[in-house]
Design a protein around this ligand. Structure first.
Ligand code: FE
Length: 203
């Protein structure tokens, strides 16, 4: 059974909904990279976990590209005049369920690339060819005004860290735990957002 009806989404069903997308769609190509979409997102989460990052960062790394699957969220409309950017689409669908830190990491992961390119001279040389190509389409490195306004975000450090896990999660053949390993972390993050005592959260 698939759950592609966004209208049914609730705190109790969001994790299963996301897992269903990973299972059905995760094998799709991540354009220009030697990993699938699921491998890419799972690698980002895995690397964050290996670094001892807080759960919320692991969850943000896992979900940062979920907006590539906007068709799952009933967000296409015949009235759309242009393609919705995947980072914006992802943030929009997660917005009701996750803390603003996660939403910022998702919404701003493309901006973060433009920011780090402008502020870390070594970063550009580490980007994949596909990421350099998309950087041009995304507006290139930030200018000083853009840098200043980006740094006003209270979550800027976390946003940059998630971006670095994004960039690192493109390794052909790197094994990771599967989605189910992360499901309890996602649920705890959702439950905290809804204000549940973590001890009473159930999976
Ligand atoms: Fe990514």
């Amino acid at each position: 059974m698939t759950m592609s009806n966004k209208g049914a989404l609730a705190r109790e069903t969001i994790v299963a909904f996301l897992g269903d997308i990973f299972r059905r769609r995760g094998g799709e190509e991540y354009l220009g990279e030697p990993v699938t979409m699921a491998e890419h997102m799972l690698q980002g989460a895995h690397l964050a976990e290996l670094q001892g990052e807080d759960e919320i960062i692991v969850v943000a790394a896992l979900l940062h590209d979920i907006g590539h699957f906007t068709s799952e969220f009933g967000m296409f409309s015949m009235e759309d005049t242009h393609d919705k950017h995947h980072e914006e689409a992802g943030a929009e669908v997660l917005d009701a369920f996750f803390p603003s830190l996660v939403i910022d990491c998702v919404r701003l992961h493309v901006a973060a690339k433009r920011y780090i390119c402008a502020t870390d001279p070594t970063y550009f040389s580490e980007l994949s060819a596909a990421s350099i190509h998309s950087l041009k389409l995304q507006g290139g490195p930030m200018n000083p005004d853009e840098i200043a306004s980006f740094e006003k975000n209270p979550n800027v450090k976390e946003i940059v860290r998630v971006r670095r896990f994004d960039d690192a999660g493109k390794v052909a053949g790197l094994m990771t735990p599967n989605f189910d390993h992360y499901a309890p972390m996602i649920q705890r993050t959702v439950d905290k957002h809804f204000g549940t005592d973590p001890d009473s959260a159930t999976m």
